[in-house]
Design a binder for this molecule. Structure first.
Ligand code: ADP
Ligand code: ASP
Ligand code: MG
Length: 816
């Protein structure tokens, strides 16, 4: 025998009730005689509660009654043959009249007791179950309506009554015995006390009703039909990437639901667990879904945790004082006091010094708890052995749950890393001694971000989503979008990273779309629906969205974005930048940025500051973190300069080589912007700082490569004329080098904490002798690489390789 329970949405509409009947028919055809437990129609319990509250305030309730009637009558008229409708509508009307009288009573008394509240909400389950049983009777003549309040007996704790299990089971069995062969349609949620007064089993309690019936009748299975694909790794409304779990143990299901996974009501697991009855959660709206099975002999799972759940509104009470230290029975006194007053304590942690106790309660209980403690511990408070308990509101609990936690080290580390990297402050931590659950208390405002970040961290087989905000849509920016778009599948498959560009801004327009901006036509999105650019607003909105795994990408060369880096890093948002101004401004600024990144666990990646996509910054960092010491760095870090000297040989004149470089598009419109070495200086400065030397730009010594007259020429053409005029000077240099078997190279050199850029002559032994095209080259001489330096060489300029470097930095943020 099976028990089938249908939740609010499953009896909420004509369509879902029809599906429900199909599901039953399927069972009956297979020879089953299921007991069917039903909830109130979706939204009706809330509506009844609201009506009762309003009646107690003296407000009219006619509109609510009207809505109740029309929801139910609408279903009856659609699903019941006309000749059968009258008696059903009459009975429903009778229920509603009783309810109306009741609400009037509340209105006159201006008082709503828990007992009356339970009676009011009981009409939800009574109406829906009666109605569905009558509709079902058309297909199954043996259908019978059962008001379970006569069979489930409880104490008088209205709102969340405790069931007298033995008596209840006896009554249920007796009833079934007296109704052999019938198809029972049973009200969920409601019960009664020893005086026959209606009680309820707590919100979501219809699941529990099903389990009670299942246990009493030794059912083979309890099916919970709801509106999602079973128990998922997280609440699908909060975490888009949540996925369904095929199996769970009773304990796992209990822990997940206790901490907020509303899909099943926690007490449901107890009767099922005691009789080892599997609970299968199924989806009325997706019959193809096989269901989540909660059972005792779960197959071992690969996943380190099963799921993440949360309670989104909680208050925390802190109790501090020496009065607790070494006092046996203190916490006993505290928590029995709270239990006596029916205050449910969600979570407790105590510092090992015993100097403080922190516990979480429902927000509506916080003030009462505080008052009770003040009364109970009056003496301790007077003697200053205890401080007045403080309440912290607006907090949330996030819990990770799974039996595998027990065998797997590093679970807590992973949790805290995911939270820390996203700048989420943890107020308190609790781990159940069963090790099935670790719970943390965090700010409510951070909950959505935390759930998604933690979900990404644990379910690694899923892709991690980066939420990216991009500044700059010039050559590099557009090329980056092109590459991200072209490689998105690869990125997902090989790196497990999904890049979601949420914001784009250039100097004239900006757009932010939390659903992600399509990178195939970002151009029209930016020009179409976008608003005027406003960098501070862009940054504020990025911060306010509080998205997990968030990255700011700066593809500009302007100072304005740089001025925001510190603020962004302090919000635990990673910064990926090809803009050199951040690291080559004042040393003070360099330090602040690096400090902010370190302190707030935010990545600050700028590989493209030096040598575009070549692995230079990363190599230097790896050398240093592995304990190596940099003795000397030599480098050619300008593609233009590299090209010019690589081609300045044989017959060709210096000005001709410069002209060719310009024609090939290797130079700025004014080639002197490259040849003056300013950019090279900044790159050398960044390397020096990363190598551990606190230098300023002024400390970088540069010997100009060009005679002053060339540098100072009033126009580009005048500059070329001057180059030509100085042809002799360049020829002489070339000859001088050639005569000793050397070539000219403009080299940056870091040695003994000094940086110097100068024209040098190098022989065949030197790694820079053979350089071609516009390649960059850098050689690191270190304690380890002393004999032969470590050399990195390759194309070090151009939008394509720079964008590829930014891309690689982004992937590093994603996969770290
Ligand atoms: P019913 O009315 O059928 O009893 P509920 O609304 O009580 O349904 O529970 C189902 C809802 O639980 C889902 O719609 C979903 O939003 C929510 N939920 C919260 N956490 C989870 C989770 N981990 N897995 C599945 N659903 C969840
Ligand atoms: N109708 C009740 C509620 O909304 C019980 C249930 O649906 O499980 O809480
Ligand atoms: Mg429910």
């Amino acid at each position: 025998m099976k028990v089938l329970k249908f939740g609010g949405t499953s009896v909420g509409s004509v369509a879902s009730i029809s599906t429900l009947l199909d599901i039953m028919e399927h069972e009956v055809e297979a020879g089953e005689r299921p007991v069917t437990v039903l909830s109130a129609m979706s939204g009706i319990t809330n509506l009844l509660l609201q009506a009762a509250e309003e009646a107690a305030l003296g407000k009219p309730t006619a509109q609510h009654l009207q809505e109740l009637e029309s929801r139910h009558f609408g279903v009856v008229k659609s699903l019941l043959e006309v000749q059968r409708q009258n008696p059903v509508l009459t009975k429903l009307k009778l229920y509603l009249n009783e309810l109306e009288d009741l609400l009037q009573g509340i209105q006159s008394l201006r008082e709503l007791t828990p007992q009356t509240r339970d009676l009011v909400v009981s009409y939800g389950e009574r109406c829906s179950t009666y109605m569905v049983s009558k509709i079902a009777a058309q297909r199954f003549p043996e259908a019978v309506f059962v008001d379970a309040s006569e069979l489930i007996k409880t104490d008088s704790h209205f709102g969340q009554a405790r069931v007298h299990i033995e008596l209840t089971e006896r009554l249920i069995r007796c009833f079934c015995h007296e109704h052999p062969g019938k198809l029972l349609f049973v009200t969920g949620f409601i019960a009664s006390n020893e005086h026959g007064r209606i009680t309820t089993l707590g919100r979501g309690g219809s699941d529990y009703t099903a389990a009670i019936w299942g246990a009493a009748l030794h059912a083979s299975e309890i099916q919970i039909w709801t509106d999602v694909n079973g128990m998922m790794t997280a609440d699908p409304r909060m975490v888009k990437k949540a996925f369904s779990l095929p199996e769970l143990s009773y304990t796992e299901a209990m822990e997940l639901s206790y901490f907020g996974a509303k899909v099943i009501y926690p007490p449901t697991m107890i009767p099922a667990f005691l009789r080892r009855i599997p609970i299968v959660i199924k989806n009325t709206f997706d019959l193809g879904f096989a269901g989540t099975t909660i059972r005792h002999d779960c197959r071992p799972s690969e996943l380190p945790i099963k799921g993440i759940s949360s309670i989104n509104d909680i208050s925390v009470i802190n109790l501090v004082g020496s009065g607790m230290v070494g006092k046996a029975g203190f916490s006993g006194r505290l928590f029995s006091l709270l239990a006596r007053e029916q205050i449910n304590v969600v979570l407790i942690t105590q510092a090992s010094s015993e100097h403080s106790i922190t516990f979480a309660v429902q927000p509506q209980d916080a003030v009462l708890a505080q008052q009770l403690i003040a009364q109970e511990f009056e003496l301790e408070l007077q003697a200053k052995k205890l401080e007045l308990p403080s309440i912290e509101p607006d907090l949330a609990v996030l819990a990770i749950v799974g039996e595998n936690m027990k065998q797997t080290p590093g679970i807590a580390g992973k949790l805290f890393q995911a939270l820390g990297r996203n700048g989420i402050n943890v107020r308190a931590i609790a781990q159940g001694s069963s090790e099935y659950n670790i719970s943390v208390i965090i700010s409510r405002a951070d909950l959505a971000k935390a759930l998604n970040a933690v979900h990404d961290a644990f379910f690694v087989e899923l892709t991690k989503t980066l939420h990216v905000f991009c500044l700059g849509t010039g050559n590099i920016g557009s090329e980056l979008f092109r590459q991200l778009h072209a490689h998105r599948e690869l990125l997902r498959e090989q790196n497990g990273v999904q890049v979601n560009v949420i914001g784009i801004s250039n100097t004239s327009r900006m757009v932010i779309d939390t659903n992600g901006i399509g990178l195939d036509d970002w151009h029209s999105t930016l020009n179409g629906g976008a608003e005027p650019a406003d960098l501070p607003r862009f940054i504020q909105r990025m911060k306010a969205l509080n998205l997990p795994n968030c990255v700011l990408v700066d593809n500009t060369a302007s100072p304005e974005p740089v001025a925001c880096y510190e603020e962004v890093l302090k919000a635990s948002i990673a910064v990926v930048t090809c803009n050199k101004l951040g690291n080559s401004g004042s040393y003070q600024q360099y330090r602040l940025l690096h400090e902010a990144a370190r302190q707030h666990g935010a990545d600050f990646y700028y590989e493209t500051n030096v040598g575009a996509g070549l692995p230079i910054i990363r190599t230097l960092k790896d050398l240093r973190t592995s304990g190596d010491r940099v003795l000397r760095i030599e480098a050619i870090l300008s593609g233009t300069i590299s090209f010019i000297f690589n081609h300045f040989g044989g017959e060709v004149a210096f000005h001709e080589v410069v002209r060719e470089a310009q024609e090939r598009g290797y130079t700025e419109p004014d080639p002197r912007d490259d040849l003056n070495g300013k950019d090279f200086m900044r790159k050398m400065l960044i390397l020096a700082r990363d190598a551990g030397f606190p230098l300023e730009l002024d400390d970088v010594v540069i010997e100009p490569m060009l005679p002053t007259a060339c540098l100072e020429a009033p126009s580009v053409e005048a500059f070329y004329k001057q180059l030509q005029a100085h042809q002799g000077y360049f020829e002489q240099l070339k000859q001088q080098a050639a005569s000793s078997g050397k070539v000219l190279r403009y080299i940056g050199r870091l040695e003994d904490g000094q940086v110097r850029i100068a024209l040098e002559m190098v022989d065949q032994q030197h790694p820079f002798y053979l350089l071609s095209g516009s390649d960059n080259i850098i050689s690191f001489s270190t304690e380890r690489y002393k004999e032969r330096p470590l050399v990195v060489k390759g194309p070090g300029a151009g939008a394509e390789v720079t964008a590829a470097g930014v891309f690689a930095d982004l992937v590093n943020v994603g996969t770290r």
